[in-house]
Design a protein around this ligand. Structure first.
Ligand code: HEC
Length: 118
């Protein structure tokens, strides 16, 4: 083994290590990021529909809270105590924040067209 081979191998191994540290691991069953709050979200948010609703959706904390309130009001989603709700919102707004993936960030209210039905 020569020094150049060793150096190249070492760099490749270090590169792979830093890559795996930067890429969050995903739950093979749901595709959700495994991080603080994952268990709570998996338990409470995949009972009625696929986790794809979450992984394809993006939003800041307020947007996520709005979706939760909408599901609680109209879709039979149960109430969460404050601690659980905070954990869920921290997780969603950190890992599925606005403007990170398939969905563009929400338009500002001033950019929305006039609602003709009002
Ligand atoms: C009691 C059942 C139920 C649970 C539990 C539930 N949801 Fe939903 N959710 C629904 C229904 C029903 C819809 C609407 C499905 C449709 O439009 O076909 C929906 C829609 C959604 C959407 C799509 C909204 C949109 O704008 O298209 C997202 C995102 C979502 N849920 C996230 C969550 C999250 C996050 C949780 C956990 C906090 C959760 N859901 C838990 C019933 C549930």
């Amino acid at each position: 083994m020569n020094a150049k081979f060793l150096k190249t191998t070492l760099l490749a191994v270090l590169g792979a290590m830093s890559l795996s540290a930067a890429t969050p691991s995903l739950d093979p069953e749901t595709g959700l990021v495994i991080a603080h709050g994952f268990d709570e979200v998996k338990t409470n948010c995949t009972a009625c529909h696929s986790a794809k609703f979450i992984t394809l959706q993006r939003g800041d904390r307020e947007t996520w809270l709005g979706m939760i309130r909408w599901m609680q009001k109209t879709q039979g989603l149960w109430e969460f105590d404050a601690t659980l709700e905070n954990t869920i919102l921290d997780y969603l707004s950190e890992h599925y924040a606005a403007g990170q993936a398939s969905r563009r960030p929400h338009l500002k209210p001033s950019l929305l067209p006039v609602n003709p039905y009002e």
